[in-house]
Design a protein around this ligand. Sequence first.
Ligand code: HMS
Length: 336
Amino acid sequence: MMTVETAKTIVAESGLKLLESKLVARTWGNVSCRTGDKTFVITPSGLSYEQMTAADIVVYDAESGNWEGSRKPSSEKGVHAAAYAQFPDAGFVIHTHQMYASAIGLAGFDRLKLTDEEEAALGGIALSKYGLPGSKKLMKNVKASLATGAHAILMAQHGALIVGKDEKEAFERAMKLEEVCKAACHGQPSTSGQPTQVSEGSALKAIVDSLAPSFQYLAYTSHPATIRTSQASAVIEAQLDDMAQMIGPKLYAVPASAEAVGKALETQDAVLVKNLGAVCKAVDKADGDALTLLTEKACVAYLHTHALGDFVNLSWLDANLMRFVYLKKYSKKSGG
Ligand SMILES: O=C(CO)[C@@H](O)[C@@H](O)COP(=O)(O)O
């Protein structure tokens, strides 16, 4: 078993790897490494990965529920503990909000056709029922899925939990999971059977440039899924936790004019711009990058569930509760 200090260093570095590989946005997701039969080290709750160091990593005792560290442990420590309890040989656990696994976690899981090699590489795959992030209900549902023997869990309407014997295996499984889910995802506009008008990036940029003086920071994206969704619907509802939290219960599409986009951004943090993509109102580049990634993911998820005719919107209460908690609490944590 590696030393606690070594484990803390690996976990801090893995958090940044999670962000850089776009398996998460902002401070979502979490990483842990086993240090004993009932103990592991885990990332703190709500801290940005760019500034995270080994000193921020928390030592958690799953038996007593006690923890040591200068920061509170991840709110998802329960699902990590469940993974280590289920698999004695588990050495590393990551929770992601990865795009395509999140889409398949919404719909189409029963249509996944994995080869024997893919199934073996993942260590088995299962879909767990929904529970609010950090809740006992979520932990119970993930625990039930882990009990099937699967090491890759799609957490419905949330993300994924991946278990490995070490960091290398856990990350390889996360990337393999994204690969097989992307292949099965209908959120790629080209598979939606309709032509996608590739945006005139300059038209979107012209709108952003004209609005820039009125906002602290504007980010934008012309990801094909945002264009396709802007053409398909005037509003989409949150199907995934992190959209509800960082964008809100609804994402609206408005006409491609500076006036319409500017007006929408007075009350919304992200807006789809018809035929062009999406614009996000942020405090800085990191915030803007997170918002554009979540907007792209929400659109991929919408196109996927729309193609399968299987919408799974979050309940009004859950979506608004997560938005409230995010604005009042979680969004304030990033800097520690
Ligand atoms: O979605 C959430 C938090 O809202 C969690 O599942 C996770 O992604 C991030 O939680 P922590 O920052 O680790 O407490």
